[in-house]
Design a protein around this ligand. Structure first.
Ligand code: PGA
Length: 273
């Protein structure tokens, strides 16, 4: 579980010795399960974070994190028992007249260790484009926050057969240069699967994660092999194991099912295999 330093990069890939490169990669990219509670939560509900943390401590081999709204980060850290607590957004600037925004340094001070950038709601509702998502990711990495960059196509884009091209363009525009010290994570979240109960089919997830892996490899070589790629969109206890079995699915970004220990803990357990 997540007692290790969440900002530490996975170790370099050792030379393959008869076990197969894919098996080695799989071992190096241990699963990460991240809960995201968009504009959801209350101090009273943080008892769920305590329960999640207690259960996560009993599960080995999975990095667990919970990302509550800004107002609950400090209180969640106090109840997290070492499980990483993250934020749902960050402003790209270090300071300035940005009323209502939160900087990466402010998140660090609240003891957040990771941040989500570019989820579809912010890309749509706040008109965040790839360049802004990239600037946020750069600011977060520079401040030492593990950074989850979200990408994903809409339903019309998938129906038109443009999903791979859409996500390739998002990756090309949104990904920061690797900092070398702080972990960058990708979350593939098909927009039509978020909060709808319509999970993507494993074959479609496999196709997209393979395409993302190949983009990362082409861009960063070996460093691209170490980047974890999470799937997000209606992950539940009853579909998690099937999703985690897909090649290049290195974990999950979970919304609705991360709000209670009863629903989230089985997903953490499924990630442990
Ligand atoms: P969901 O949300 O799991 O409720 O579909 C995904 C997310 O918030 O990232």
């Amino acid at each position: 579980m997540g007692m290790s330093d969440p900002n530490q990069l996975p170790p370099p890939i050792p030379p393959a010795r008869g076990r197969g490169a894919e098996g080695l990669r799989r071992n190096l990219r241990r699963k990460r399960v991240v809960g995201n509670g968009p504009m959801t939560g209350s101090l009273a509900a943080l008892s769920e974070v305590s329960a999640i943390a207690a259960a996560a401590r009993e599960v080995s081999g999975v990095d667990v994190a919970v990302c509550p709204p800004f107002t609950l980060i400090a209180a969640a850290v106090a109840r997290s028992g070492g499980v990483a607590i993250g934020a749902q957004d960050v402003h790209p600037a270090a300071s300035g007249a940005h009323t209502g925004d939160i900087s990466a340094a402010m998140l660090k001070e609240a003891h957040a260790s990771l941040v989500i950038v570019g989820p579809s709601e912010r890309r749509a509702d706040h008109r965040e484009d790839d360049a802004l998502v990239r600037a946020k990711a750069e600011a977060a990495l520079a401040a030492g926050l593990q950074t989850i960059v979200c990408v994903g196509e809409t339903e019309p884009e998938r129906e038109a057969g443009h999903h791979l091209a859409v996500v390739a363009a998002q990756l090309a525009g949104s990904l920061p240069e690797p900092s070398g010290e702080v972990e960058l994570v990708i979350a593939y979240e098909p927009v039509w699967a978020i909060g709808t109960g319509r999970v993507a089919q494993p074959a479609d997830v496999a196709e997209m994660h393979a395409a993302i892996r190949s983009h990362l490899r082409d861009t960063w070589g070996d460093a691209g092999e170490r980047v974890r790629i999470l799937y997000g969109g209606s992950v539940k206890a009853d579909n998690a194991a099937e999703l985690f079995a897909v090649a290049d699915v290195d974990g999950a970004l979970v919304g609705g099912a991360s709000l209670t220990a009863a629903q989230f803990v089985p997903i953490i357990r499924a990630a442990a295999g």
